[in-house]
Design a protein around this ligand. Structure first.
Ligand SMILES: C[S@@+](CC[C@H](N)C(=O)[O-])C[C@H]1O[C@@H](n2cnc3c(N)ncnc32)[C@H](O)[C@@H]1O
Length: 331
């Protein structure tokens, strides 16, 4: 799982890979089976009268294909003649014979019902195996952040003299260090801690626990981390234990559940959450403390700033379209 793509509009958000292409997923398809397309899968490719394409796609979904692509054109195949459409489904190799037989019967019944339409054509292709572990390994590489931190996956932990090495297991929680917002927060944390005076810190929306971990490893004596999604906390716990930061207190919930105030509060959320939770986040910062907010697109910074009256932006970090801001009370 990668980063703000599932929480924030991704940089590809709204851009479709192929004009007129549509992918339909069977709810729970891959999750139920635990199968990964590419590991012993066969592609069924059907060229069919365009008006029958949805019927064929639905049939394949009912036969158990976890996802079906339909469209009048596909980037990797020649454009079908006018009035025809491509339908493509991937099925596990062990299901190929059964699904093919059923599909042939179904296409024959469609041909019998509408003999005036040109018959469908069908071909199969073996889907080349995909080494997902290798892909993950290539994606998650150690990276130095700021002057004092290095984030690494468990399978590649380099020696990094002078840096705190944070070993993060990529998993179903945000925060591998690969995203601009996480990096922005880590850099802001490092800079603020270098100035001293931070005895307590709160990580709001901890995800993988990476920011809480950095806070602890950079020397903050008391760190609390919370997340509204209790499902991420076991992974955060694993990451904290693995990195000798077991003292971080993990809490399920939002900042409103807390009474304490902290010298430093870091919240890498979405801009709308930063606005909705503004009073609670501001209230969690001790007098003289700092609030680091991220998960903000360039154009959203003004709206976030406006939600914090009595605060001013002391620093902004920019990477791609993302902004990380450090807020301090005015006066
Ligand atoms: C973008 S991730 C940040 C993860 C990690 N802190 C980082 O910087 O990489 C945001 C996390 O905040 C959590 N979250 C979203 N809204 C929240 C809220 N209002 N209060 C607490 N947690 C929230 C989400 O469940 C998610 O785990």
């Amino acid at each position: 799982m990668s980063d703000h793509e599932w929480l924030h509009p991704s940089r590809l958000g709204g851009v479709r890979p192929t004009v007129n292409r549509r992918r339909v997923d069977r709810p729970g398809g891959n999750v139920e089976t635990g199968r990964v397309p590419g590991a012993g899968w066969v592609a069924l490719r059907i060229d069919v009268d365009a008006e029958l394409a949805d019927a064929v796609a639905n049939f394949l979904l009912e036969e158990g294909a976890p996802g079906v692509i339909t469209g009048e054109r596909a980037a990797d195949r020649p454009e079908p003649p006018a009035g025809r459409a491509h339908v493509e489904a991937h099925v596990p190799a062990e299901d190929e014979a059964r699904v093919l037989a059923a599909l042939r019967r179904y296409l024959a019944s469609l041909a019998a019902l509408a003999p005036e339409r040109a018959p469908a054509t069908l071909e199969t292709a073996v889907v080349p195996p995909v080494d997902w572990i290798e892909i993950a390994r290539r994606h998650h590489r150690p990276q130095a952040i700021g002057a004092r931190l290095l984030v690494a996956p468990p399978w590649e932990v380099p020696a990094a003299p002078g840096r705190e090495v944070l070993v993060i297991e990529p998993g179903m929680a945000f925060g591998t260090g690969q995203h601009a917002t996480t990096r922005g927060c880590l850099e802001a944390i490092e800079e603020i801690l270098a100035a001293g005076g931070v005895a307590t810190a709160l990580d709001v929306g901890t995800g993988s626990g990476i920011l809480a971990l950095a806070l602890a490893r950079l020397g903050v004596p008391r760190v609390v981390a919370l997340d509204v999604d209790a499902a991420v906390l076991p992974l955060a716990r694993v990451n904290l234990l693995r990195n000798r930061a077991a003292g971080v207190l993990l809490v399920a919930g939002t900042v409103r559940a807390l009474r304490a105030r902290f010298d430093l509060v870091v919240a890498n959320l979405r801009a709308d959450a930063l606005v909705a939770e503004a009073d609670a986040l501001a209230g969690a910062v001790a007098p003289g403390g700092r609030l680091v907010v991220s998960g903000i697109f360039d154009g959203q910074l003004g709206a976030v700033e406006a939600a914090y009256p009595g605060w001013r932006i002391a620093a902004v970090r920019a990477e791609d379209a993302w902004r990380t801001a450090t807020l301090v009370r005015e006066g």
